[in-house]
Design a protein around this ligand. Structure first.
Ligand SMILES: Cc1ncc(C[n+]2csc(CCOP(=O)(O)OP(=O)(O)O)c2C)c(N)n1
Ligand SMILES: [Mg+2]
Length: 587
């Protein structure tokens, strides 16, 4: 650790690029710019591929997808000013996805700061709330030191880190040593807390494990499985982390949260002890669903997280463990092994309950071919398009092994949560709690570049597609073989659902008139296929995935009805109240 090579004379550009290479960086996403051209020039010699994108938001999302798929840093860079402000949305998304993204932000030259020259904006405050650390190179001689700190902090704190560099500081010379990456182990947490947690688990009659994203970040799926098997405890995935526990495992019961698994909800509702492993228990992820207010308020909650600040933040807890999810699971298993466990007495009965709840949910899903509210029945009545749920089922059935799926924000993407099951970690990359439309496609591109041999599939609504489709350019130019499934329901459906439920169907700005997305894809130099029959869904997906091997990107445009599943924010909307006369018709 910290085995630096001897200091030697180099330019700051060389110090930056050497630090990237020391951190194993092999790909950087961005749009070319004069601000950092001196460093870019030597990327190839350092073994770094620069991947030019269509929009800097795409670059930062790709860095996020790259980091989430690989567990390594995702890196992006852009021109000072507008190139950097284009990063903002994607960095906020990476922040809530806990992605170790290092985004390099050249800024206006140090001799003209404050003069309003060209492409100047104060680049640190903009990102101050969506970064784990901001390194500012205040002297070019410190480039190697500060760059290394940025890479270390992104891993230490699991989140985006900014490296801000006045553009004139790429030039000159310094006497620098290149630090080797410093990786600090977190360990299992406080021994007393682990003892207390083990005592609660040993006495539990119905323990349930909630496996969060921290399990993946800690490479802890094996440890979670071992602990679950020891307790014979059902395991729920935290919201949008369907890949934290293998879906083929008998103890898996699916995700909590919006459009999640009723089996998981009904089982956790019975828990007397919940082990929340590697999850911040975000407020959106445990909201009532399907009419079930399932969070077991009377249960003892053990929460394990690598970030001490989230322990007990959202839900009251009995025991908080500040530690690595994997190491904590191993330490808990060691404390429980060979010990008398109360829950073993009713193991058979709990086993039966798990099997029954899972079977009931499977049956319900199988029968739930379409939405049944009056609006949905009406719009689907005369449509020849596919029901979204049936289409999602066909995708699920045809999903290739080892697939990575990114999902966007929208009604159909949300419903897909019930139909996405994985046996391997680092497989699901949802837009998480920042919830920005336009997330899924560039994230899938980044994931594909990180894991070229795994199928990469993005689920995107037709509205969100309009935000992100420019990266088809990148796919065609750079031969990035991803598959995009665009759900064409001709509407910003998730928002339309609010008009239906709360605004007496006064539709405004929710209907979408779009060109053929298949033809648009072809015009970009990608493959484009329109699918309007259920029997074509699986074969189309398989053909598109096969084309990935040749670096070909395919857009599968799924023609679906306008029916709409449950809304996102029932919790946050109210029926309209109007006091002024002129608005009386708007209730
Ligand atoms: C960047 C951004 N803009 C707006 C929103 C608000 N929003 C949430 S869902 C949604 C509709 C998504 O429509 P579409 O992508 O067509 O998917 P559908 O709901 O129709 O399945 C919108 C506009 C958002 N989440 N992110
Ligand atoms: Mg739509």
């Amino acid at each position: 650790m910290n085995g630096s090579i001897q200091p030697q004379r180099m330019t700051p550009s060389e110090a930056l690029v050497e630090t990237m290479a020391a951190n194993g960086v092999t790909e950087v996403f961005g749009i070319v710019g004069s601000a950092y051209m001196d460093a870019l020039d030597i990327f190839p010699a350092a073994g770094i591929r620069f991947i030019p994108v269509a929009h800097e938001q795409g670059a930062a999302h790709m860095a996020d997808g790259y980091a989430r798929a690989s567990g390594r840093h995702g890196v992006c860079i852009a021109q000072n000013g507008p190139g950097i402000t284009n990063f903002v949305t994607a960095i906020a998304a990476a922040y809530w996805a806990h992605s170790p993204v290092v985004f390099i932000t050249p800024e206006t030259g140090s001799m003209s700061v404050g003069l309003g020259g060209f492409q100047e904006t104060d680049q640190l405050p903009i990102f101050s709330k969506i970064t784990k650390f901001q390194g500012h190179v205040n002297n070019p001689k410190r480039m190697a030191e500060i760059a290394a700190r940025c890479f270390d902090r992104a891993m230490l704190e699991m989140g985006p880190v900014q490296l801000n560099i006045p553009r004139d500081y790429f030039y000159g010379e310094c006497h620098a040593a290149i630090a080797q990456p410093m990786r600090i182990g977190r360990g299992p947490g406080d021994a007393t807390a682990l003892d207390a947690a083990a005592a609660l688990l040993a006495a539990a009659r119905f323990p349930v494990i909630l496996a969060g994203g921290g399990v993946i970040m800690a490479d802890g799926c094996d440890a979670a499985i071992r602990l679950a098997e020891l307790l014979h405890a059902p395991v729920a995935n935290s919201y949008l982390h369907n890949d934290t526990f293998p879906a083929s495992h008998p103890l898996w019961c699916g995700p909590l949260g919006y459009q999640g698994s009723k089996a998981a909800m009904k089982l956790i509702a019975q828990a007397d002890v919940v082990l929340a492993l590697g999850t911040r228990l975000g407020p959106f992820g445990t909201l009532p669903q399907h009419g079930l207010d399932y969070w077991p308020s009377g249960a003892k909650i053990i929460q394990v997280d690598a970030d001490a600040k989230v322990l007990g933040l959202v839900k009251p807890i009995s025991v908080g463990i500040h530690g690595d999810a994997r190491a904590a699971a191993v330490a808990l298993a060691a404390r429980l092994e060979g010990r008398e466990l109360a829950c073993i007495a009713n193991k058979a009965e709990r086993s039966q309950r798990i099997t029954d709840e899972k079977a009931a949910w499977e049956k319900e899903l199988a029968d739930w071919t379409h939405e049944r509210d009056p609006f949905s029945l009406e719009v689907a009545k005369h449509s020849r398009a596919m029901h979204p749920r049936q289409m999602l089922r066909e995708l699920e059935k045809a999903m290739p092994g080892g697939a990575m799926v990114s999902t966007d924000i929208g009604n159909i993407c949300s419903v897909s949560n019930s139909y996405l099951r994985f046996d391997q970690p680092r497989s699901m990359f949802a837009a998480m709690s920042f919830g920005n439309c336009g997330y899924a496609f560039p994230v899938a591109c980044g994931a594909k570049i990180a894991a070229p041999h795994r199928p990469a599939i993005a689920y995107v609504g037709d509205g969100a597609w309009g935000i992100s489709l420019n990266e088809l350019l990148t796919c065609a130019r750079e031969k990035i073989g991803v598959t995009v499934v665009v759900f064409n329901n001709g509407q910003w459906g998730a928002e339309k659902k609010n008009h239906v439920d709360f605004y007496s169907q006064r539709f405004q700005a929710v209907n979408l008139d779009s060109p053929s997305w298949a033809k648009v894809a072809q015009a970009f130099g990608c493959e484009g296929v329109t699918v309007d029959k259920l029997s074509d869904v699986g074969p189309a997906l398989q053909a598109a995935v096969a084309a990935q091997a040749d670096g070909r990107c395919t857009v599968l445009e799924m023609m679906v009805t306008q029916e709409l599943g449950d809304p996102f924010r029932r919790d946050a909307l109210s029926k309209p109240v109007r006091y002024l006369d002129k608005y009386q018709g708007y209730t």
